[in-house]
Design a protein around this ligand. Sequence first.
Ligand SMILES: [Zn+2]
Length: 209
Amino acid sequence: MVNFWSSAFILPAKCYDTIESMCSAFLWSGSPTQTHKAKVSWEDLSLPKDEGGLGVRKFKDTARTFALKLIWRLFTKPASLWGCGYCGEINETREHLFFACPYSYTIWESLARPLVGRNINPDWEWTVNRLRTMGGKSLDSILARMLFQTTVYYIWKERNSRRHRQGGIQTDQLRRFIDKAVRNRICSLRYAHGHKLEGLLRRWFEVTL
Ligand SMILES: [Zn+2]
């Protein structure tokens, strides 16, 4: 099995471009091939802030690379032969981990409810569809996507730690890690005063109160 978390392997640039466009298509349209449905392209998000983007760096950015690889893998290989290390469920599928598993859902629900709405539920399809249809450029929509990527990443990371008998942190602690990661990501964007997305951090503090 390929070591998914190894950042050592180097793919040709064209592969990165392909994966990036498929991840982007998936994130915004729910399908890796329906690029035409994208409301905001990954390129838009990757633009420098003064050109209207979110100031996020592109695919080769380490954290983002991990998050996107993971999301890509989840999309292409939904089933797993392992049981769930969080709750003991025998059939650890993508759907179970995100977010039918009580451990995952406790974290996701507590952070995402203010952003995605009161009808939040553990269903993967519903969640992805909700993220897709929220409207690309509102603060809540941007935060919901950031939170989704970050939550998926941390839940997957902790799941792997447990698999190697190194994990075991509680939901409230993982929630704090996720909160901090999102906050750091927003702060790293450093919006100029008066930028229309300046409210991201303020809105995030409201969400995590
Ligand atoms: Zn579980």
